[in-house]
Design a protein around this ligand. Structure first.
Ligand code: FAD
Ligand code: SF4
Length: 483
């Protein structure tokens, strides 16, 4: 064992410096400063190099974490980068936005007794350093193939698949209805978690590698799904999930009661320099307003923290369970509290009140009951515990369901699960249609970026196997769909 490692016994956990809450409330820049190289090496050296690396087991990508930590501790950063990039298409993005407390770091062996290794921060540091030093080389396939692939959706699942297929030499075309590449990385997740330049840097890298982007291209609109299928040898559907869940209470259609993603997209577009009428008119801008956000997941946390940065008069998060049962990352909840967000746990809205425009939320206190079949405690309202919070802007952040893709694509043959996600063969990633594959949130339901990357990479492998078989057939005909 190298003398560089196992330093957790003498070195405390020290993540990169976090900007003070008063400072970060003022802008949309990331809240962590860059790692100092000496500190990054020292923190990497805290890894115990244990026999069974539970961090790796609990990383959806199976990242070879102990190896790249050891190389980082030894100052061999280019090699660390090569190993990190072998399993992860966008390590610098996962290092920034994975809920590490639930994944790799939450399962770090030294966590029992010492605080975990700062795995995410080191992962981000390795790839940021690799970009600075020109070690992130363009994709250059060893041979070009004539076969082409059409990908619908430029989010992390579509982009991870695009990279993997291009590396194998396919002609890759990514279509997206938005005007920028990145999916929720660009228009959902705010800059204080992931600065937009990081996503733009990856777009430039993918284009440099020969991937073609067709933006403002809503499949099912100007270009039909059938035309797209006819154009390419195989198709990947990576469209994400965008149908916002509704709250069925009186007043939910009042002015000033808005869906979370509309609010976040407006804020992100404004930050990117676009003209955003609904932001400028105040409809999707929290400045000077008393804001109530309903929900307790990542989207809700992004909304409350965006509202703080837009200079809201007050920001309250209303969530029906308690802090321990919030679905969002515990780290992001702590960041929101530091930044001045008020949490009203164990409370649910009963009505939005106002004459035309919302002026208050009527809510009721909840208590946690027995666990249901899924193991989660049920919630029950407490009779007579009603209360009111004044509000000028209410943001609904209750999660997302899939849109009706067979309808949007005019393709009834696309089979769905009972949750409305696309049904695929778990091994071949193929949908009910021959040559049409699917990956990411549209298959898994609303999930995480790291899972979208994993699915995109795995789907690309399956598409490659399928295309090679098709190419080997004398008539070049495509195989039939998996069940
Ligand atoms: C506000 C918010 C915050 C989040 N924060 C985190 C976080 O901190 N960490 C984390 O790991 N995960 C987070 N997530 C979840 C994560 O963003 C998603 O799991 C991930 O982006 C899913 O990737 P995807 O590629 O499947 O879909 P998406 O990222 O949704 O991309 C799908 C793309 O398909 C395009 N598209 C859809 N339909 C069509 C069509 N008909 N024609 C053309 N294009 C189409 C869309 O425009 C979009 O660009 C967050 C989600 C939200 C909403
Ligand atoms: S990809 Fe996510 S879970 Fe895996 S090592 Fe990186 S930060 Fe941890």
């Amino acid at each position: 064992m190298t003398e560089h490692m196992q330093q957790f016994v003498r070195l405390a956990q020290q993540p990169p410096e976090k900007r003070a809450a008063v400072e970060r409330r003022e802008d949309f820049g990331e809240i962590y400063r860059d790692f100092d190289p000496k500190d990054a090496a020292a923190q990497a050296s805290r890894c115990s190099q244990c026999g069974i690396p539970f961090c790796q087991v609990h990383c959806p990508l199976g990242n070879n974490i102990p190896d790249w930590l050891k190389l980082s501790a030894e100052g061999r950063l280019e090699e660390a980068y090569e190993i990190s990039a072998a399993t992860n298409t966008f390590p610098e993005i996962c290092g920034r936005i994975c809920p590490q407390d639930r994944l790799c770091e939450g399962n770090c062996v030294i966590e029992k007794g010492f605080e975990s290794v700062t795995i995410g921060a080191v992962e981000r540091y390795i790839t940021d350093t690799a970009f600075e030093n020109g070690w992130v080389r363009p994709i250059r396939p060893r041979r070009e193939r004539a076969q082409s692939v059409g990908i619908i959706g430029a989010g992390p699942a579509g982009l991870a698949a695009a990279e993997a297929l291009r590396r194998k030499g396919y002609q890759v075309h990514v279509h997206d209805r938005h005007d920028r590449v990145g999916g929720l990385l660009i228009y959902g997740i705010p800059g204080f978690k992931l600065e937009k330049e990081i996503v733009a840097r990856r777009r430039a890298w993918l284009e440099d590698g020969g991937i073609h982007f067709h933006l403002n291209d809503d499949i099912g609109g100007a270009l039909s799904f059938a035309e797209l299928r006819a154009r390419y040898d195989a198709v990947l559907v990576a469209t994400g999930v965008y149908k916002a869940r509704e709250i069925d209470v009186p007043g939910s259609r009042l002015d000033g009661v808005v869906p979370a993603l509309d609010y976040l997209i407006a804020s992100n577009r404004k930050g990117l320099g676009d003209a955003v009428l609904d932001y400028d008119s105040g409809a999707l801008n929290a400045a000077g307003k008393r804001v109530v956000v309903i929900g307790g997941g990542d989207t809700a946390m992004d909304c409350v923290r965006t509202a703080i940065r837009q200079d809201a008069a007050a920001v309250t998060c209303l969530y029906r369970r308690d802090r321990a049962n919030m679905p969002g990352s515990a780290r992001e909840v702590a960041n929101a509290i530091d930044e001045g967000v008020e949490f009203t746990w164990l409370s649910a809205p009963e009505a939005f009140v106002g004459a035309g425009r919302v002026s208050a939320v009527k809510a009721v206190r909840m208590h946690l009951g027995l666990a249901d079949a899924s193991g989660r405690q049920t919630v029950e309202p407490i009779a007579g515990s009603e209360f009111t919070i004044e509000a000028d802007l209410v943001i609904k952040a209750l999660g997302f369901d899939p849109e009706d893709l067979p309808g949007a694509f005019n393709e009834p043959g696309l089979a769905l699960t009972r949750w409305g996600t696309l049904k695929v063969n778990s091994k071949s990633f193929m949908t009910a249609l021959p040559g049409v594959f699917a990956a990411g949130d549209i298959v898994r339901g609303a999930s995480l970026v790291v899972w979208a990357i994993k699915d995109g990479r795995d789907a690309a492998d399956a598409m490659h196997a399928y295309l090679e078989t098709a190419a080997a057939r004398p008539d070049g005909a495509l195989a039939t769909a998996a069940e």
